[in-house]
Design a protein around this ligand. Structure first.
Ligand SMILES: Cc1ncc(C[n+]2csc(CCOP(=O)(O)OP(=O)(O)O)c2C)c(N)n1
Length: 366
């Protein structure tokens, strides 16, 4: 069985309307502007904790998410602002979350790395490298269970984004194995930005020049996309998503991309040269799409400036809203939204024994 699917990657470019591509351009520009202003706010100490920006990788989130239905679950790691915005989270909820304010998507309790928005089926935002992958498998299990056992809902696919650094985490391999043996419709999307903090993929990952081997180990079809081209990402992902929706099994996609900024806000970036960064910046996904639209007569420089102004206004509004949003009140917020054991505080009773009770029927306190 060939793991790569040359057909899927060499098929002619799908026709996407200019209107849709203009929307993708704006979505990418919004993420870029959001991240630039985030960096600024972080430097002004308005944002605390860890903060990882997505600048350079915008085409991955936008192209992939465009290929899904709005109720397909999406989950990712800590570099999550771009995915959340691409999924439709409003910039003000995202920014207020960074500011630790009550108006944030997680009431300011999660911060930059822990965005969450059930309304848009965006399940985070996870800080432990690879930690999101078993949860992605669980989301895929839930959708199949809901469809096939409960007879509710429809066939859905889960998009589980991860960085190349997560390729070497045990949790990912357990998740991939489970998805393979249980036929779970989870698409593992590796955003290969070539670095895991300061470690290059060549130094940290076996078979770095052929990640299809990782998919082959679990019998998953493997696909590749150019992450600096949103249309290319969409074209590959649309086929993968459609195919996995009907086949209801897992797949593995590698998207080649690059982050222009450091790993986090405190990264001196000694592991790469300025020339290397400039080389990727010269192939910028936003400029690339804007140029293609201009060449096709669907956009002109004035239209581009207008788009720029509208995303600036949206992010400025988000910052204002975040600044004005109150701090969470510890008296009410410290103990709310805290998940405890389903039948009360965890005591000496073992969980399997507790699970024998019908839901809602609490056992005697131990
Ligand atoms: C289990 C675990 N080990 C180490 C870390 C520290 N850490 C945070 S981010 C990171 C690098 C991950 O790189 P990658 O998966 O390539 O994602 P990227 O930052 O490139 O998006 C590491 C090692 C962590 N958060 N969790």
């Amino acid at each position: 069985m060939t793991m790569t699917d040359p057909q899927a990657v060499s098929q002619p470019v799908e026709r996407v309307s200019a209107k849709t591509r203009l929307k993708w351009l704006r979505d990418m520009m919004l993420i870029r502007e959001f991240e630039l202003r985030t960096m600024q706010a972080y430097q002004e100490a308005k944002i605390g904790g860890f903060c990882h920006v997505y600048i350079g990788q915008e085409a991955c989130a936008v192209g992939c998410i465009a290929a899904t239905n709005p109720d397909d679950p999406v989950i990712t790691a800590y570099r999550d602002h771009g995915h959340a915005l691409a999924r439709g989270m409003e910039a003000r909820y995202a920014m207020a979350e960074m500011f630790g304010k009550i108006g944030g998507c997680a009431k300011g309790k999660g911060g930059s790395m822990h965005f969450f928005d059930k309304r848009t089926h965006f399940y985070g935002g996870h800080a432990i490298v690879g930690g999101q992958t078993p949860i992605g498998a669980g989301l895929a299990f839930a959708t199949r269970y809901e469809n096939e056992v409960l007879g509710q809902g429809k066939k859905r696919v889960t998009l589980c984004f991860l960085g190349d650094g997560a390729l070497n985490q045990g949790a990912l391999h357990e998740a991939m194995n489970l998805c393979a043996i249980l036929d779970l419709p989870c698409i593992f999307v590796v955003e290969n930005n070539r670095y895991s903090m300061g470690t290059s993929i060549e130094r940290g990952t076996s078979m770095a020049d052929d990640l299809s081997t990782k998919a082959a180990a679990y019998g998953m079809p493997y696909f590749q996309a150019d992450g600096m081209d949103v249309c290319a990402v969409y074209n590959v992902m649309k086929r993968v998503v459609d195919r996995m929706r009907s086949e209801q099994r897992p797949a593995f996609v590698e998207i080649s991309t690059y982050r222009y900024k450091g790993h986090s806000m405190s990264d001196p970036q000694k592991y790469r040269t300025k020339d290397e960064v400039s080389e990727y910046e010269a192939n910028d996904p936003i400029r690339r799409l804007a140029d293609a639209l201009i060449e096709a007569g669907s956009l002109n420089e004035d239209g581009f400036k207008e788009l720029n102004q509208s995303v600036r206004d949206e992010v400025r509004d988000a910052i204002k809203w975040a600044e004005q949003s109150p701090e969470p009140d510890p008296a009410t917020e410290l103990y709310s939204d805290v998940v405890t054991e389903p039948f009360g505080a965890y005591g000496p009773t073992s969980l399997p024994e507790m699970c024998e009770h019908e839901p809602g029927e609490a056992p005697e306190s131990p």
